[in-house]
Design a protein around this ligand. Sequence first.
Ligand code: R5P
Length: 262
Amino acid sequence: MQWGLQNRLSRIIRPADGRTVMLAVDHGYFLGPTSKLEVPRETIAPLVPYADALMLTRGVLRTSVDPGAGVPVVLRVSGGTSIVGPSLADEGLTTSMEDALRLNVAAVTLSIFVGTDHERQTLLSLSKLVDEGERYGMPVLAVTAVGKELEKRDARFLALCCRIAAELGAHFVKTYYCDGFEKVVEACPVPVVIAGGPRLETFRDTLQLVHDALERGASGVDMGRNIWQDGHPVAAIQAVRAIVHEGHSVDEAFALYTKLAK
Ligand code: R5P
């Protein structure tokens, strides 16, 4: 891997432990003012000190993140759809590599919609982005999106998606945790991080998810709603960090969360 690309990637996935806590705040790109992310700056600012990277669009980056914050950015460069439109899968590239470089981001990211009418266009967008990324030293994160079809989140399907993303050149992949997750990771030759998905019943469930994913080979998390929709988001992200970077058990991390949430 070329130096610039490796340097950027090492700002996201920490070389010390090969792990990362990315904070996903890109939801508005198709959901609009998502609950608890209505005013992005207010949600993001208190969490920045605990995030290894932020995943977001250029609009929220420019308007809602202090350029001096020093946090690495994973810039979402796909979109063009909305939750009220005909198909979430019908995405294209929304942001040029030139703008990503101007914004000095650490990586770019797009969604791929395998198994939909739009798989070809989203996979070719991935290939195009990888070609540009290789040219400019910019890592590409592929997100294996499922749109509204959350039931698609099983090991066979996600392994297919992750492997295709890696084959097309993605430098790391974001997917969902599932039963048999180790098979997804085994078959994917680049690092895999997990999304949190819709909010789980309890925060302990979130910690269990993070713990199980790491145990089965994930390189970390790229989570949103289960952190910032929690009643105590700053405590929540610190507890997630404790599992990812400090090897806490679920019980230890939950005790930390309870203490910090007081
Ligand atoms: C969805 O496509 C967005 O890219 C989110 O970044 C992703 O789903 C992770 O956020 P959450 O943990 O809320 O699922």
